[in-house]
Design a protein around this ligand. Sequence first.
Ligand code: COA
Length: 260
Amino acid sequence: MPDFKNLTLSTRENILTVTINREKKLNALNKATLNELKEVVQTIYDDKEIKGVILTGAGEKAFVAGADISEFTELNEMIARKFAEEGQEVMEQIENCHTPFIAVVNGYALGGGCELAMACHMRIATQSAQFGQPEVNLGIIPGYGGTQRLTQLIGRGRANEYLLTGNMISASKAEAFGLVNHVEADKEAALNRAHEILITISKKAPIATGLVVDCVNAVFNDENGYQTEANAFSRCCGTEDFKEGSRAFIEKRAPEFKGD
Ligand code: COA
């Protein structure tokens, strides 16, 4: 794994924790950090030893407080389109990755931070977490997919409310809205919960879990999700892991999946 300036990486039981490490700036996503995230995501695609990823922010105050506003002065209409497209690409890579990502949201997840958390496959928040898309306060709108994913996750009426007012969503509201999977008392408990879920997933057949990601994403893409599911189901039935899974059930033992 390469060395990063703004990310800290650690691995335990094949689960990689990526911590965005700009605590003094509330882990705001500057260009350099976004590029590092892109690089780490590409490494995760290539490294089959990584069975799951926890994405979190350094410290207790923020997951990510947004794109780095100090870099906004250079934006004009042309550069802004590229800015949005580059950010959207990283979010899409996370969303489409067959290695599951869980965002552990340990404080503010605003703007690009909320968008990053929403691109992950699941979100676990601490009680103090606050979500929001406050871009309207700056005279802009979300550019890293926030208008789309917030609507997908919490529904049209609520998304309109929070996108138009810029108000924050507390952890308890986020849980009630389905924006987060679980709320835990503190960061340690949230990290443990995420680790536990990823370990459970890591024991399943990787081809099947990867295809689940594709099929769930198909709901939101312009494709026939039922067809995607039928194709994926058929593909699973051609794998060695499927044979092993059925054999293990009949032999009353735990399956040993190999990813082929
Ligand atoms: N971009 C750049 N710097 C940011 C930032 C961002 N999105 N969010 C916070 N920071 C910086 C602050 O400028 C400050 O830096 P400084 O100490 O050098 O002045 C530091 O992080 C701490 O933030 P501060 O505002 O002092 O903390 P707070 O507790 O008073 O407020 C927030 C916390 C999150 C409410 C506030 O920082 C905020 O509104 N941030 C911007 C959120 C936003 O609009 N995000 C979307 C961007 S598109």
